[in-house]
Design a protein around this ligand. Sequence first.
Ligand SMILES: NC(=O)c1ccc[n+]([C@@H]2O[C@H](COP(=O)([O-])OP(=O)(O)OC[C@H]3O[C@@H](n4cnc5c(N)ncnc54)[C@H](OP(=O)(O)O)[C@@H]3O)[C@@H](O)[C@H]2O)c1
Length: 330
Amino acid sequence: MASSVEVPKLKLNDGREMPAIALGTYLGFDANGVVEPTKDLRDTLSRSIDIGWRHFDTASVYKTEKTIGEAISMKIQDGTVQRSDVFVTTKLWNTHHKREKVMTAIRESLEALGLNYIDLYLMHWPIGLNEDYTHSDVDFMETWRGMEDAQNLGLVKSIGVSNFNKEQLQRIIREGTVKPAALQIEVHPQIIQADLVDFARSEGIVVMGYSPFGSLVMRYGQQFPGPKMDDPDLTKMAQKYGKTTPQIVLRWLVDRNIVPVPKTTKVNRLEENINIFDFKLEKEEIDKINSFDSHTRYTFPSFWQNHPHYPFEQVDNPIADPFKKPVEIL
Ligand SMILES: NC(=O)c1ccc[n+]([C@@H]2O[C@H](COP(=O)([O-])OP(=O)(O)OC[C@H]3O[C@@H](n4cnc5c(N)ncnc54)[C@H](OP(=O)(O)O)[C@@H]3O)[C@@H](O)[C@H]2O)c1
């Protein structure tokens, strides 16, 4: 096995530190809803800790909290890491936006993870839903107060938001008691989010970028427009640095001070995706990758677009809810 990679850390605005890359653990969904993890995933996650991964990104809706907790526990027991060496990010689902329900959700996540605190707790969406998935009018500031309560109790060390637009983030900063420590949004060469990233940085908020590979990889069984693995500009950079195209794209995020959140369940790719801290892109190379921007989202739940807190641009033909039963999407 290759030796363990030492991942640098970023300072958060609440004084804590976050490892500069996170392992995504959303397994996607099929006709039965969100794909359930297997014991193999636990073993792969425990291998990831040997490889150097220290930051895990999950959510109550991903159903991977328990498996992550088991893998961490195995590696604490065998002496590879201590609890304080790992950083767990998890997220509040939309059906638990009422202030008192936030605490219920956090206790459920802690129970699933087998931990007594969460490192970073994110509001997954600004959108509140009722149990039956009809729109709830609970305001995300009420939800934020619930998250502040949990931080005061020490159940979550840092708090932040995901899928918030700039105006929504500004409102949290203006009206909240605690400023978000992190903002998790979709970032890849097809959606570089320059304005939102710059704004977050100006406020001292660390940006985490999800779906970092963008159009390089197949999504939902389809190839989307945009640069692919054999893109000539990316392969030229890859040859120059002795890296792969996915490593170039991950490094592009790191060089923009964004924490990439790549997902893989393959051990060779766990090694590949973390081996990005021994080189740096030139400014012109960062600009070149920025020029792929076409503001294309892959996480685009337009079926919520009539919700008053829907964060993205509206479309003429929203997609239908993918499920008749409660929608389970990121
Ligand atoms: N906050 C949110 O609303 C939100 C939304 C979406 C995602 N996320 C987070 O972000 C994570 C990543 O997002 P994502 O899964 O959409 O996108 P992604 O990480 O950009 O892409 C994952 C895909 O890339 C493949 N892959 C990984 N490394 C590779 C490599 N080195 N070479 C070739 N293919 C590679 C994976 O396949 P294998 O697994 O087979 O390797 C998988 O099919 C999620 O797991 C989740 O934690 C958050």
